[in-house]
Ligand binder design. Structure first.
Ligand SMILES: [Zn+2]
Length: 342
C-alpha cells in the first residue's frame, strides 16, 4: 500500500488503514499537525488508494489513476487552497467545490477533495463548507488539512473525524533528507537537529545561510553579558529581520519562514546551555561543535537561572506569534538576558 511511503506517522496511518479495511471510511477527515510532517502526502496516498484503477482499496502507484493523483491532475481529485497571492480560501471557492461535487465523478469512482491549509477558510467559506459537510455527496471524501484547527468553527470540526499527525522523530527526518532530498549525511544531520520534527521545515532551511547565521548568533550570544544598549538593539534588529529567502521555490509559502526563525536559533542555544548544566557535555546535542562556548555560557549559572533564560526566549517567541511589536519585544528580551547573565 502507498501508505508505506509515509514515515513516522504510524498512529495516523493506522487510523486510515483500519477505516479502509473495515469499509468505514467517513465522509470528512481533518488532518491536524505541524507543517511539513506528511499530512498532504497522507491525503494524496489515501486519494491514490481510492482512485487506483488496478488495485482498488490498495493503490498500486503505477496505474494512470495513481500517477495522475501524484501529479495532481486526476479529474476526480480536487485540491482547494488560497488563490495565488491571496491569504484565505473564499466562499466562491467553496461554492465552486459544491458545484463540482454535485456532478458525477469523471472516472466513475469517488471524488476526493483535499482542502489544504483549512485554517485559511474565511468565516463565510466555513459556513458554506459546513453546508456541504451536513449533506455530503455519497461519493465524495473531504480531507481538510491544517496546522491549526483553532480558527475552524465548532460545527465544522464536529463534522470531521480528526486524525492527528505528530512531529517526526529525529532519525526519520534525517533519513528522509538523505534519501528523498539528496542531502549528504552531515548536512542532513545538522538540518534535522533544527527541524523540530518537520521535514518541510528542514528542507526550507538553506544549509549555508543557516550555518552562517548560527555562527554569527553564537558569537553574539557570547558577548551578551553586559553588552551596551546599542549592541542589543543591533542584535534585536538582526533577530527579527526576514531571512534571505533563498528557497523561494519551496511549496510551503505560509509555513515556517514567516517569523521568529532566527529567534529559534536562540531558543536552541539556551536549550543547550540548560542541557549542559543538567547533563554535562554529553547532553549537548545541537552545539557539539561549539562546546567551549556552551560551557562558557553555562559558567556561573545554576539550573533555575538557565531555565529562566530559556523561558524568556520561549515566551518572547510565543508573544511574536500574537503580533507583538517584534523589535521592542526582542530588545526587551535581550536587555533581560544581558542583565541576568553573570
Ligand atoms: Zn493504481
Amino acid at each position: 500500500m502507498l501508505f508505506d511511503n509515509i514515515h513516522g506517522q504510524e498512529s495516523a496511518i493506522d487510523t486510515l488503514r483500519h477505516a479502509l479495511a473495515s469499509d468505514r471510511l467517513g465522509h470528512a477527515y481533518l488532518f491536524t499537525g505541524p507543517a511539513g510532517v506528511g499530512k498532504k502526502r497522507a491525503a494524496l496516498a489515501l486519494a491514490q488508494v481510492l482512485l487506483c484503477e488496478d488495485k482498488p482499496h490498495a493503490g498500486c502507484g503505477v496505474c494512470s489513476g495513481c500517477v495522475s493523483v501524484a501529479a495532481r491532475t486526476h479529474p476526480d481529485l480536487i485540491v482547494v487552497m488560497p488563490a495565488a497571492g491571496k491569504r484565505d480560501v473564499t466562499i466562491d471557492q467553496v461554492r465552486e467545490l459544491q458545484r463540482v461535487l454535485g456532478l458525477r465523478s469523471v472516472r466513475g469512482g469517488k471524488k476526493v477533495v483535499v482542502l489544504d491549509d483549512a485554517h485559511l477558510l474565511n468565516p463565510a467559506a466555513q459556513s458554506a463548507l459546513l453546508k456541504i459537510l451536513e449533506e455530503p455527496p455519497g461519493d465524495a471524501l473531504l480531507l481538510l488539512l491544517t496546522v491549526n484547527s483553532a480558527t475552524l468553527s465548532r460545527p465544522l470540526l464536529s463534522r470531521c473525524q480528526q486524525v492527528r499527525f505528530a512531529a517526526l522523530p529525529f532519525p526519520v527526518v534525517e533519513e528522509l533528507l538523505v534519501q528523498e532530498h539528496g542531502k549528504d549525511p552531515a548536512t542532513a544531520h545538522a538540518l534535522a537537529l533544527y527541524s523540530r520534527g518537520s521535514i518541510g521545515r528542514a528542507v526550507a532551511l538553506d544549509p549555508q545561510v543557516f550555518t552562517e547565521e548560527r555562527q554569527y548568533a553564537v558569537k553574539e550570544f557570547q558577548q551578551l553579558r553586559g553588552a551596551p544598549f546599542t549592541a542589543l538593539t543591533h542584535l534585536a534588529e538582526w533577530l527579527v529581520a526576514d531571512r534571505v529567502k533563498k528557497s523561494a521555490a519551496s511549496d510551503q509559502p505560509n509555513e515556517g519562514r514567516a517569523s521568529g526563525e532566527r529567534l529559534e536559533i536562540m531558543l536552541s542555544w539556551y536549550e543547550e546551555v540548560l542541557r549542559y548544566l543538567l547533563l554535562g557535555q554529553a547532553g549537548v546535542v545541537r552545539y557539539q561543535d561549539c562546546l567551549p562556548a556552551v560551557a562558557e555560557a553555562a559558567a556561573g549559572l545554576d539550573v533555575p537561572d538557565a531555565l529562566r533564560q530559556l523561558t524568556l526566549v520561549y515566551d518572547t517567541i510565543q508573544a511574536l506569534g500574537r503580533n507583538a511589536n517584534r523589535q521592542l519585544a526582542v530588545e526587551d528580551l535581550l536587555i533581560q538576558l544581558a542583565a541576568r547573565a553573570r
